[in-house]
Design a protein around this ligand. Structure first.
Ligand SMILES: [Fe+2]
Ligand SMILES: [Fe+2]
Length: 140
């Protein structure tokens, strides 16, 4: 897995980018634990990731709301899909199914993809908003 947060993963909104970096660090830990086949560590890091996802999604939604981001409700739905998938994995962990690692890999992909595609819609929105404000300021 490639975890490098290149420019195309940056929204230009400091707090969100910082949280995405932290997120990627956790995912690196998960990837490492999977490679080491350290099942206890996989679980530990997985739970840390779930907690962080919850925290980050809620915070991101708050920021989007504050900025009147027009795609907020669709974005919330996508975050919820992730939470639902996590629930399924947690259930499977309880019953001891060993597909957990495949699913963890899937979630890592999902998250990176989400940052790169859907979170970037906010970057585009923010850029437009800022440039409108700049031209607005010039006129006024
Ligand atoms: Fe995000
Ligand atoms: Fe998001």
């Amino acid at each position: 897995m490639n975890f490098k947060l290149t420019d195309d993963y940056l929204t230009g909104f400091g707090l969100i980018d910082m949280e995405h970096r932290r997120f990627v660090d956790i995912l690196k830990g998960l990837d490492q634990a999977i490679k080491e086949e350290d099942h206890l560590k996989i679980k530990k890091v997985f739970f840390a990731m779930v907690d962080y996802a919850d925290y980050h999604f809620s915070h991101e939604e708050e920021i989007f709301e504050e900025y009147d981001f027009p795609h907020l409700s669709g974005h919330k739905k996508v975050h919820q899909e992730f939470r639902d998938k996590v629930k399924v994995i947690l259930e499977q962990m309880k019953t001891g199914k060993d597909e957990t690692e495949d699913l963890a890999v899937f979630l890592v992909d999902w998250l990176l993809n989400h940052i790169k595609k859907q979170d970037m819609v906010f970057r585009d929105f923010l850029e437009l908003k800022r440039s409108n404000e700049r031209s607005g300021n010039k006129d006024g």
